[in-house]
Design a protein around this ligand. Structure first.
Ligand code: FAD
Ligand code: FES
Ligand code: FES
Length: 427
């Protein structure tokens, strides 16, 4: 039986039924709730006009993440808190520091992009207390502004922390800890123990709570589409107007949302957002940090998953060349068990994967650093003209061959030249 989707919207609990499961969060906010401060620009995750912040429980704390509402299906918000631009002003009509700083620094002209920038800045405000210029640039990389220019907006990001904390804000940013506690308590009260099953108009969305349940549902509904961060899949709907009739959403399966560090390597579950995966990967394989920083933008990385990038099998996917160079293993699961497939055997052909009927990618395992030669910083780069990733791993004991992009000691690319073995170059 279908159950309503429930979540916190600007601090208020809402329950939603009677909408197709592929309704985007942006459509819901603007069309159903008339929260029109959140704008629609591209409807494909590129411009940031639709940025909102979600809060979710994670291991005893609350995570605050800007996301693109235009490519987020509404049922995936179940059990989370959503904050829109309308929530920033306090109940006493005072501007939040991110808004006041944008005003003070003249960070807005036509204003169309401004709510999105404000929400990205709000995400930064909640997660960093003195961000570097590089962090600020990264936080704003998913927002486009055509008329103001970025300098005043960056100024606002630098000045917002100096402004008085707001009082009476719905999320209580004046006392972030108690604000987080309030959100945490409200989210805990909504937590589900059973799979969400939401249907409308012949479309179905199920959100199992565990890997075993995902496997079971996958065997019962082999034609259902597995969805994780939906940063690829949502565009099939918003851009290609396709219908997703039956969806199994892996994002609420707790054991698939974990990262485990073992003697065999780092296991990154298929529900782990790229932001969280990268935080761990950068601790071990810091040479690849730039690959991840160039991967889309903060709001996309807050939704997208590493396993989704692998399973999607795009020939221009950014993670696979780097992960292949690290010897990554794909953990494939079905109702009958699990098997391990080396990532470099996972693609039998163009846009094909080794997944059989009833299987899904449960995790990707990256071997521990000590088991393989380190990759040098100059081994990874993007094709500048194509945007297509290239990577080479250096094995010190092998002869040099292949062409690839070289870097100086400071990390800058310095053209192409002869180099070591195992070059994966799609550029
Ligand atoms: C604005 C924008 C910028 C982007 N920039 C980049 C970029 O710089 N580099 C890049 O590589 N990509 C980029 N992407 C593409 C996308 O973000 C990535 O491919 C992302 O990793 C997909 O992960 P997801 O969890 O969102 O996958 P989803 O969209 O949920 O799924 C993608 C596909 O994989 C399948 N799938 C997902 N998870 C599983 C699983 N566990 N088991 C089996 N099948 C599964 C789905 O059925 C679907 O076919 C961008 C996308 C957007 C919208
Ligand atoms: S409308 Fe452009 S990113 Fe959402
Ligand atoms: S203020 Fe006009 S697009 Fe940014």
């Amino acid at each position: 039986m279908s159950e309503p989707i429930r979540f916190l919207l600007n601090g208020e609990r809402v329950e939603v039924a009677g909408l197709p499961p592929q309704t985007t969060l942006l459509e819901f906010l603007r069309d159903e709730r008339r929260l029109t401060g959140t704008k629609e620009g591209c409807a494909e995750g590129d411009c940031g006009a639709c940025t909102v912040v979600i809060a979710e429980r994670n291991d005893g704390r609350v995570d605050w993440k800007p996301i693109n509402a235009c490519i987020r299906f509404l049922p995936s918000i179940d059990g989370k808190a959503v904050f829109t631009i309308e929530s920033l002003k306090s109940q006493r009509e005072e501007l939040h520091p991110v808004q006041q700083a944008l005003v003070d620094c003249h960070g807005s002209q036509c204003g169309f992009c401004t709510p999105g920038f404000a929400m990205s800045l709000f995400g930064l405000y909640k997660t960093a207390s003195s961000p570097s210029r590089r962090n600020i640039d990264d936080a704003l990389a998913g927002n486009l502004c055509r008329c103001t220019g970025y300098r005043p907006i960056v100024d606002a990001a630098q000045q917002m922390y100096a402004l008085p904390s707001p009082s009476g804000w719905r999320g209580n940013a004046s006392a972030p800890d108690s604000g987080d506690n309030e959100v945490d308590t409200a989210l805990a009260a909504m937590a589900r123990t059973r799979s969400l099953d939401y249907t409308h108009g012949g479309q179905r969305w199920s959100a199992p709570r565990s890997a075993a349940e995902v496997a079971q549902q996958r065997s019962e509904r082999p034609d259902a589409r597995i969805i994780a961060g939906m940063t690829d899949a949502a565009l099939w709907v918003t851009k290609q107007h396709r219908m997703l009739d039956d969806v199994i959403y892996v994002g609420d399966a707790a054991d698939l949302a974990s990262i485990r560090e073992t003697a065999d390597g780092i296991d990154i579950g298929c529900a782990v957002a790229l932001t969280d995966a990268v935080n761990v990967l950068n601790r071990f394989y810091f040479e690849f940090a730039e690959v991840w920083q160039r991967f889309a933008s903060v709001p996309i990385r807050n939704s997208a998953t590493l396993c989704g990038n692998i399973a999607n099998g795009s020939p221009i996917g950014d993670s696979m060349p780097a992960l292949m160079a690290l010897g990554a293993i794909v953990e494939v699961r079905s109702a009958t068990g699990t098997r391990s497939v080396p990532l470099d055997s996972f693609y039998p052909g163009f846009r094909q994967t080794a997944l059989a009927t009833g299987e899904f990618v449960a995790a990707v395992r990256i071997p521990p650093r000590l088991h393989r030669s380190p990759a040098a910083p100059h081994d990874v780069c993007h094709g500048r003209r194509t945007g297509v990733p290239r990577v080479a791993q250096r094995h010190r004991d092998r002869p040099q061959r292949g062409r690839h992009c070289r870097r100086n000691r400071d990390g800058k690319e310095r053209g192409h030249g002869r180099h070591d073995a195992h070059v994966l170059d799609h550029g």
